[in-house]
Ligand binder design. Structure first.
Ligand SMILES: [Fe+2]
Length: 388
């Protein structure tokens, strides 16, 4: 038995941003709080939203209090600002951090307490109210944050999340046009993040036939288009496919969950401030190079998705080619392929391991149980680039 959940309303496609008009009409919205990345305000990416709201005489406030991998104090600042403005709709537009801050602050504005009270690992309070309605609009492809009920916050040395069904967006709008100006490095990192969502959902112990179908579709779109989306600024078709691939990967991983790659990536973000997508990318091939015997047959079924011929090959050979392709992709899009490419020393691997083992919610979905020994070995392989 498995259950499948998504946000109730998902608009997707070029020009879908215009649906904001019907949303504000249906909900009879008068006052909007917009949370966005500073760079998007500067680059006028949010202008279409402003025009739509002004046409409808809806008043609005814009906040750019968004930082990558937001710490708890930024979450609480946004929360008190939302409460102070008392809007009847919160719009999050931007990368994963903007969307996470928007969904957490919209819900917590209708509840007692602050961000730390509701964290997964250390919180003590239960959310009682759905809070303020939210619209989530990603401008990267992508974190999948518009699909999930998870908001991630950085702690001193790792990350923690607020996760509850109330954090699901009332509306998600995925308009690929908003991703057309993304720089190569962000396109690469967020694209590999999306691929990691798909493959971790696919090999998750909680995968279902529905999440598998979505994950395979997402992988195919991402593998076929990420390189062009990164290196050719005019490859709009590739951008469109990446936006869709990211959305579909989000629907898959929201239900099946992500696992070891994300669990080990969290302390890289927490301790060394490596962006989320890059943290996943530098670990992705090494995690699968380690855990593949636990999901051998299922990974061999990815031959078609990875355009690998199966003639006269064992499943073991096919899976090694799949993993090699993961490595090639990370390398081809210009992202680091070894932990030692970052300002990390060998002695840090123990600290990273100690933090990663705490991510039990994520590690529990790995097809191969990952304890301290296994995690240290994977970090070590990733550090030295020990590939074969
Ligand atoms: Fe992710």
């Amino acid at each position: 038995m498995s259950k499948f959940v998504t946000p109730q309303n998902i608009f997707h496609g070029k020009g879908s941003i215009n649906e904001l008009k019907s949303i504000t009409e249906v909900l009879a919205i008068q006052k909007v709080y917009i949370l966005t990345d500073p760079i998007l305000k500067e680059l006028d990416v949010i202008n279409p939203i402003i025009s739509l709201l002004e046409e409808q005489n809806v008043s609005y406030t814009i906040s750019t209090n968004v930082v990558p991998e937001p710490p708890i104090n930024v979450g609480n600042e946004v929360l008190s600002d939302v409460k102070g403005h008392d809007p009847d709709l919160v719009i999050g537009i931007g990368g994963g951090s903007a969307l996470d801050l928007a969904k957490a602050s919209a819900v917590l504005a209708g509840n007692e307490g602050s961000i730390e009270d509701y964290l997964n690992l250390s919180g003590t309070k239960e959310l009682k109210s759905k809070g303020i309605p939210s619209v989530l609009i990603p401008t990267t492809a992508g974190t999948g944050a518009e699909i999930t009920d998870i908001a991630v916050f950085s702690l001193e040395d790792t990350k923690d999340v607020i996760t509850h069904k109330y954090l699901l967006a009332d509306y998600a709008i995925v308009d690929p046009v908003l991703t057309y100006t993304l720089p190569p490095k962000v396109t690469a990192a967020s694209g590999v993040d999306a691929l990691t969502h798909a493959i971790e959902a696919y090999t998750s112990v909680n995968a279902s036939p529905i999440t598998d179908a979505l994950a395979k579709d997402a992988m195919k779109r991402i593998l076929g288009n990420l390189r062009e989306a990164v290196w050719n600024p005019k490859a709009y078709d590739a951008r469109d496919e990446m936006a869709l691939g990211s959305l579909i990967a989000g629907m898959s991983f929201y239900n099946a969950g992500v696992a070891g790659v994300h669990g080990m990536a969290y302390p890289l973000g927490g301790l060394f401030k490596i962006p989320h997508g890059e943290s996943n990318a530098v670990l992705l091939p090494y995690v699968y190079n380690y855990i593949w015997p636990s999901c051998l047959n299922k990974m061999a079924d990815l031959a078609d998705v990875f355009s690998i011929s199966t003639n006269n090959k064992t499943n073991r050979q096919i899976v090694h080619e799949v993993i090699q392709e993961l490595y090639n992709l990370v390398s081809d899009v210009g992202l680091p392929t070894r932990l030692s490419d970052y300002a990390i020393e060998e002695k840090d691997l123990e600290r990273l391991t100690k933090n990663a083992v705490k991510q039990t919610r994520l590690l529990a979905r790995s097809p191969m149980p990952l304890g301290e020994k296994e995690i240290y070995e994977i970090f070590s392989h990733a550090y030295y680039g020990e590939w074969k």
